[in-house]
Design a protein around this ligand. Structure first.
Ligand SMILES: Nc1ncnc2c1ncn2[C@@H]1O[C@H](COP(=O)(O)OP(=O)(O)OP(=O)(O)O)[C@@H](O)[C@H]1O
Ligand SMILES: [Mg+2]
Length: 71
């Protein structure tokens, strides 16, 4: 049995699945569509989706190769 913490298991995989934060999600999706990502800084209270958004962005841009392009 592999142990996986729920915050990772149930993280959204795509920007589509992020709840709320509509303006930010729209802006990130525009970067995906343009295939051009500027430097970004995610700021906000703990647990509001900063890490999740960064991973979802990487998955939407790189698909299965996201891990090779993510540090
Ligand atoms: N807007 C959101 N939509 C969907 N799930 C969310 C959202 N915000 C947070 N979550 C969920 O809450 C959990 C914590 O989110 P995340 O790790 O992205 O927070 P964080 O902003 O990076 O927090 P920290 O400042 O502690 O690093 C994750 O499991 C994530 O799936
Ligand atoms: Mg985080």
């Amino acid at each position: 049995m592999t142990l996986e913490i729920w915050t990772e298991k149930y993280r959204p995989d795509s920007l589509d699945e992020i709840i709320g934060q509509d303006e930010i999600v729209d802006r990130l999706q525009a970067f995906v569509e343009q295939d051009s990502i500027p430097h970004l800084m995610f700021a906000g209270p703990a647990g509001t989706g900063k890490t999740t958004s960064a991973i979802a962005l990487a998955k939407d841009v790189y698909g299965d190769e996201w891990k090779q392009n993510f540090m």
